[in-house]
Design a protein around this ligand. Structure first.
Ligand SMILES: [Fe+2]
Length: 419
């Protein structure tokens, strides 16, 4: 199976993108219209719905969700009905967004003919909404594995997209990407297009109250990985730095609180804002190796995305430090002091590890329950999948197969990266 991100030309160009030469090039900042806070989308009307209603002539909203958060989708449905929307709730979203599931969702969408698509759920639900939207608008596109970020989609001829996240982490409500799972290879297949930035996002923390602690930890760590990756990526800029650095400080302060007390409303609000800020940041810059390695690890060992990417934060920061000192900005944000940059980096790594421990997550692959034998047996696949992952393009330091294998072993043992 050839994926768009394996095209030879793109792969040859990729190392150029991961140099500091990318800095200073003109950049863009795409942001959906955001409503943030407990009244972003109130059940009895008002908030974001007042702004969306005049833009939808036929007032037909198709709400994509899954069974676990159907009651939250009903809240959104009730809110839309106050402005004369007819709604249909489709709760068949499956985890990891298999392409067959996208087709199924799109078929229901095509039947209903909405002029508003609403994704109410975590990252998978919002990604599914984006992908099904493509099939709905473009019946001529039948294979999502073939379209590249440069393929014109001409969306919005039929519907607009509103995202309502129910977890605080993926940032999909503000990004142009969707991560799908290929039916044939079972591999993660990210798709991206500037046209996939949602039109609206309702960032309402009441949609996350009661999220279980384990999910709070995993998704919160995903937000931290997005933000830290983004700061160190050569495609970052002053706008994305401002958002990512603020997100980092919010995660450090509020993730342990949200984890300990799921009903802590202030912590929920701040984590929801942090995830969206990190999403805008990396959505306009890049994620890097935490995500390449994490995607590969998560698929082989069936580990939650946020945990799989988050565990690599300390090790990748050490790996990048040979070519960038951007981690010093993260240290400044977290008020981490030191006489030398090396000292600051060591303390930052310590702080990240402390954060992981405070939310009961392990610091090593061994701590995740992976054995030495399992890691060795799967190493070839882990390395190939990591190097072929599109997030590798965003890395400030190009990585070889040998270095990639070493990074997995160092993360297995919890060793400081010294190469
Ligand atoms: Fe992520």
């Amino acid at each position: 199976m050839t994926y768009w991100f394996n095209a030879p030309g793109l792969r040859e160009m990729a190392p150029l993108g991961s140099t500091t030469g990318a800095r200073g090039l003109s950049s863009t900042l795409f942001v959906p219209r955001l409503f943030i806070g407990v009244n972003a989308i109130p059940e009895h009307g008002g908030g974001i719905v007042n702004y969306i209603a005049p833009l939808c002539a036929r007032k037909k909203a198709f709400i994509v969700t899954d069974e676990s958060v159907r009651t939250l989708a009903e809240r959104v449905s009730n809110s839309l009905k106050t402005r004369q929307f007819t709604t249909e709730i489709w709760d068949g979203a499956k985890p990891e967004v298999p392409i067959a599931n996208v087709r199924e969702c799109a078929d229901a969408m095509i039947k209903f003919e909405p002029d508003l698509i609403v994704g109410v759920g975590g990252g998978s639900v919002m990604d599914l909404s984006k992908a099904a939207w493509i099939f709905y608008e473009r019946p001529d596109i039948t294979d999502l594995t073939k379209f590249t970020p440069a393929t014109p989609l001409n969306l919005r001829k039929k519907a607009l997209l509103l995202c309502v996240p129910t977890t605080s982490g993926t940032g999909s409500e503000v990004t142009s990407a969707a991560v799908l799972t290929d039916d044939v290879g079972g591999r993660k297949m990210p798709i991206a297009s500037r046209e996939l930035f949602p039109d609206f996002a309702a960032v309402d923390p009441t949609f996350t109250i009661g999220m279980p602690p384990k999910l709070t930890a995993g998704t919160g760590l995903d937000a931290l990985a997005h933000a830290i990756d983004c700061v160190t990526s050569p495609t970052s800029n002053d706008f994305t730095d401002a958002l990512a650095l603020k997100a980092i400080s919010l995660v450090f302060k509020y993730l342990p609180r949200a984890y300990r007390d799921p009903r802590d409303r202030e912590a929920r609000l701040k984590m929801h804002i942090a995830a969206t800020m990190a999403g805008i940041a990396f959505g306009n810059a890049a994620c890097t190796l935490t995500h390449s390695l994490g995607h590969a690890l998560g698929k082989v060992f069936h580990i939650h995305h946020g945990v799989a990417v988050g565990i690599f934060i300390p090790y990748t920061q050490q790996f990048y430090s040979v070519v960038t000192d951007k981690y010093v900005d993260v240290c400044k944000t977290l008020d981490i002091k030191g006489r030398t940059n090396e000292q600051k980096l060591a303390r930052l790594v310590g702080e990240v590890k402390d954060l992981l421990e405070s939310i009961d997550l392990p610091l090593t692959l061994e701590g995740l329950g992976i054995t030495r034998e399992q890691l060795a047996a799967n190493m070839k696949k882990l390395v190939i999948d990591s190097l072929e992952d599109p997030d590798t393009f965003g890395s400030p330091r190009w990585i070889t197969e040998e270095q990639c294998e070493k990074l997995f072993w160092y993360t297995f043992e919890g060793k400081d990266v010294d190469f």
